[in-house]
Design a binder for this molecule. Sequence first.
Ligand code: CP
Ligand code: NVA
Length: 314
Amino acid sequence: MDANDLRLKGRSFLTLHDYTPAEIGGLLDLAADLKARQRAGKAHALLPGRVLAMIFEKSSTRTRVSFEVGMFQLGGHAMFLSSSDIQLKLGETIKDTANVLSRYASAIMIRTFAQQDVADLAAYGQVPVINGLTDDFHPCQIMADMLTIREHFGGLQERRLVYVGDGNNVAHSLMLGGAKMGMHVTICTPGGYEPKEWVVKWAQEDARQTGATIALARDPHVAARGADVLYTDTWASMGQEAEHARRVKDLAGYQIDETLLSEASPQARVMHCLPAHWGEEISESVVYSPQSIVFDQAENRLHAQKAIMAALIP
Ligand code: CP
Ligand code: NVA
């Protein structure tokens, strides 16, 4: 399959709301194709000589390594720019940073706090910008997740995904991705930890076009019934470290453990974007149970992001 056929060259990847179901499906097909090519040892240097600038204002294991390895496998180069080293930290504006990096790099990946900073980088820069996680969204993660669900269930349409825990950036992107791809997504949180209303609205708008459903729930034991996928993420995201103790108290009971897993569909799979915190949002035994596909998800970051880069970077 030819990355050019997707007609996405030059686009940025800021949220899944910006992409059509056909575009997301095309990227997932390309990801599967690149994964097969890599497994077969077939060359796929689709981006020779291209450079990805990666700005990190938060920590990362998977995102940093998978983008860097992915760019290398595509024949290009990725450059790690920690926010503590670049002038952004000392007050250089996003606008100037966007203009300068666009003169050197073929694309920019950024992990930061405010979604608006990512949007500004894309607005002011002249190269594609890829969202590597903000306080609001984590679209690359969900591309990898949807690739993983497709592999295990043969498709996305009509699959029932139940997310249990904090209604955070990952929950937001799961709603948007699920809505685009015709899934049934339930976000189960305690009061005060629901996903943001405007994101629920976006997802519900998208769901109307595809037959997807987006629901909010309170009781994990009710929500888990019939789930194909049980998904969770940390109770305290990066930037919320000071709230950790309060969150552990408030979110107790929203853990994926063996009891909750036994209440889902017998063929249910467990997903977690990682890093996991055993004894909080998930138990160690569930992470390592035969029903867990968390490490397939982690691997698929590589393949999904290679597809995004190959399709978007001119
Ligand atoms: N899932 C994820 O984005 O992991 P990192 O924070 O390690 O990049
Ligand atoms: N919700 C988590 C995801 C980490 C990959 C965070 O933002 O820290």
